[in-house]
Design a protein around this ligand. Structure first.
Ligand code: C2E
Ligand code: MG
Ligand code: MG
Ligand code: MG
Length: 292
């Protein structure tokens, strides 16, 4: 009795100490403060049509402009945000800021872009995402057709009915849905039949060295064929080399994204990039900024 109580106490104690991680706590507190004090920034990465190089959209990618640590990658703080629940306010900030930026670009006369926004699984499940999205679309008066949410396969697992309802609510706003990192998750392909998905994003691990890795080429080809037969759009992520682009284009992958075209860039730089990009295509640059 006493022994087992002791063991229990010991278990509880060791569990508690294992969970107390000062470094983690300070990162978490730092992040909480960062969200409130506007230290987050969005970078944007172009998505282009492979055949024509025409710009189709941009993906919004969050960074943390830390006062001492400099620019922090989302791979370092998104997991902490997810574990601590901070992903909900963080994700809401990303949603607002990307819609605000989209409206500003529309007002500046940029060609209408698709804005792709990453949504984490917890944000999808916990927050009242459809309602918040509807509110913000109205507040910023952007065309919902310009907005796409990127979900990972992990979002689609469990509670199929609940997920389906949420997806349908989002779709009914006119916003489109993409599956990010497609092919890397654990979900079954049958969700593609049930859920109102618009686009697949081929994960960059299949794009990497596609020219020397027959398995990657086979997988990418299969994903393109799958998207094609289900009438879904497709974007290949992480294209760095001309050879990778050429192979993907040859298998009729419609769109691509990657360092070959542009790295994720701050808003001002993306406007300059778009200007040059249009010029290089022999198309008129967008008109000067309209008065706001
Ligand atoms: P993701 O959504 O799959 O985004 C693509 C990642 O690949 C980005 O990393 C991008 O910078 C990187 N990338 C793009 N092209 C290339 C390339 O040619 N080569 C290489 N090596 N990498 C390339 P990033 O910006 O570090 O973001 C990492 C991940 O963090 C994202 O993966 C996404 O899962 C997450 N993330 C970023 N922003 C947000 C956000 O606002 N909300 C949520 N929930 N997650 C976000
Ligand atoms: Mg993404
Ligand atoms: Mg991805
Ligand atoms: Mg990823």
């Amino acid at each position: 009795e006493a022994k087992s109580a002791g063991r229990n106490r010991f278990c509880r104690y060791s569990k508690a100490t294992a969970m107390y991680n000062p470094a983690r706590m300070s990162l978490e507190n730092d992040l909480r403060r960062a969200i409130e004090s506007n230290e987050l920034v969005l970078f944007f990465q172009p998505q282009v049509e492979l055949a024509s190089h025409e710009l189709r959209g941009v993906e919004a990618l969050v960074r943390w402009q830390h006062p001492e640590r400099g620019l922090v990658s989302p791979v370092h703080f998104i997991p902490v945000a997810e574990e601590s629940g901070l992903i909900v306010p963080l994700g809401n900030w990303v949603l607002r800021e990307s819609l605000r930026q989209l409206r500003e670009w529309n007002q500046q006369g940029l060609p209408p872009l698709r804005m792709s926004i990453n949504i984490s699984a917890l944000q999808f499940r916990q927050g009242d995402l459809p309602r918040y999205l509807a509110e913000q679309l109205t507040a910023f008066a952007v065309d919902p057709q310009q907005v796409e949410l990127e979900l990972t396969e992990s979002v689609l697992m469990n509670d199929v009915e609940g997920v389906l309802r949420t997806l349908q609510e989002i779709k009914s706003l006119g916003v489109s849905l993409a599956i990010d990192d497609f092919g890397t998750g654990y979900s079954s392909l049958s969700y593609l039949r049930r859920f109102p998905i618009d686009r697949l994003k081929i994960d960059q691990s299949f794009v990497r060295d596609i020219e020397q890795t027959p398995a990657n080429e086979s997988i990418a080809r299969a994903i393109v064929a799958l998207a094609d037969s289900l009438s879904l759009g497709i974007v290949a992520e992480g294209i760095e080399k001309r050879s990778e682009k050429a192979i993907l284009q040859h298998m009729r992958c419609a769109e691509g994204q990657g360092y070959l075209f542009a790295k994720p860039l701050p808003a001002d730089d993306i406007v300059a990039w778009i200007g040059h990009h249009l010029q290089s295509q022999g198309r008129p640059a967008f008109p000067a900024a309209a008065p706001v």
